[in-house]
Design a protein around this ligand. Structure first.
Ligand code: OGA
Ligand code: NI
Length: 373
């Protein structure tokens, strides 16, 4: 067994520890981090260790008094059809999208049992015998794929998380393509989340001063992909993260998290917890919406802490057309630019943006590649 040299929590690239080889060997097991848990490890393989700079880049807001003033907005959309309430909901959505880039939606109409069954399905997939799961293990753009970290081979420190990706729209494959452990519940959830996505895009359109159908009409909800995340209990949670800081490569994300917690959003240079709220869904603005809104709405960085308890399960629905990235280009909407408010970005196709995203392993501000000024 090779000995590992650690310097200030950072691995040294030395002949003692061949990181690339270790990562590749792990990837080839196709067993994910859950496979390491099943093997009974009590310490993380060193390629999961992150540097103190990556772990403690900014403070987490812990002061209870300050926390009361720094809460991710909660928007109740129960009375969305009532004209007076509707106006207020649009206004709340506007300020949340501009100031936080994140909000929690309650009374969204998706029944609790649909949410619960979807999370149970994600758990069932990840807790199957490895032989069943590994058939889906892939680092390509397959419609259904399972892997540990999309950036495993590039990252400075791997995140403690396994992911099942299911592209649900447009042009869904025959249902048999989806793993039977979660097929029915994901198809059901997908129908509901598609409708909710359209409702939220309607609110965001109005919040931008556009016709309610505008964002839908330009294709923002044409496709969606489910990221079925599984964060097992971590033997050394203080040395890694469940999901490194990142922005989402889509128009909009609707996220369902279980009761464990750990998601944090960056706000005013602090990490703020996004507390689990039963029945709620988290909405965040992705990079494409920031781009087409010409920076009016913000795609904000977020991360997930690793925890000694678990597994934590979440289900992220990314509205984007990853797999059918036509050459359709997106740029700041002409309705939102003027001589006084010129376009901040050049036009790009989703395909082109994704190539940039992949080139930096999803880290940093990918939008800056498309900035004009
Ligand atoms: C994501 C994401 C957060 C979570 O999938 O992009 O940020 O709570 N997930 O799992
Ligand atoms: Ni995300």
């Amino acid at each position: 067994m090779a000995e590992v040299e650690i310097d200030n929590g950072q691995q040294k690239t030395s002949p003692v520890y061949d990181r690339v080889k270790a990562v590749k060997a792990f990837d080839e097991t196709k067993a994910g981090v859950q496979g390491l848990v099943d093997a009974g490890i009590s310490k993380l393989p060193p390629f999961f260790y992150m540097s103190p700079e990556d772990l403690h880049d900014l403070p987490t807001l812990t002061d209870p008094h300050l926390r009361a003033n720094f809460q991710v907005p909660i928007i109740d959309i129960k009375d969305i059809l009532d004209p007076a309430q509707h106006k207020e909901i649009v206004e709340k959505t506007r300020s949340a999208a501009e100031e936080w880039g994140f909000f929690q939606v309650i009374n969204h109409g998706i029944p609790n049992h649909v949410l619960k069954e979807a999370l149970d399905g994600v758990r069932r997939f990840h807790e199957q015998p490895r032989e069943v799961k590994m058939r889906y293990y892939s680092r390509t753009t397959d419609i259904v794929r399972y892997y540990t970290n999309y950036d495993l081979l590039q990252s400075r420190g791997a995140s403690w998380r396994d992911t099942l990706i299911c592209v649900m729209a447009p042009d869904p494959p025959p249902p048999e393509k989806y793993p039977c452990a979660c097929r029915d519940v994901l198809l059901e959830y997908s129908k509901h989340v598609q409708s909710l996505g359209e409702v939220i895009l309607g609110l965001l359109s109005e919040a931008l001063g556009l016709d309610p159908n505008h964002l839908k009409d330009i294709g923002c909800s044409e496709g969606h992909t489910l990221g079925c995340q599984y964060y097992p209990a971590c033997p050394e949670p203080e040395r890694t993260l469940g999901h490194v800081r990142h922005r989402d490569p889509d128009f909009l994300t609707i996220l369902l998290q279980d009761e464990i917690g750990g998601l944090q959003v960056l706000h005013q240079d602090h990490w703020i917890d996004v507390p689990p709220m039963e029945g709620s869904l988290i909405v965040n603005i992705g990079d494409f919406l920031q781009l087409i809104s010409n920076d009016k709405m913000k795609s904000v960085e977020h991360r997930v802490l690793a925890k000694s308890v678990g597994p934590r399960i979440s289900l992220a629905c990314l509205f984007t057309t990853h797999l059918q990235p036509s050459n359709k280009v997106y740029g700041p909407l002409k309705e939102l630019v003027s001589p006084h408010n010129p376009a901040l970005y050049r036009e790009t196709s989703i395909l082109n943006y994704l190539a940039s995203y992949a080139s930096v392993g999803g880290l940093g501000n990918v939008l800056s590649f498309f900035k004009l000024v």
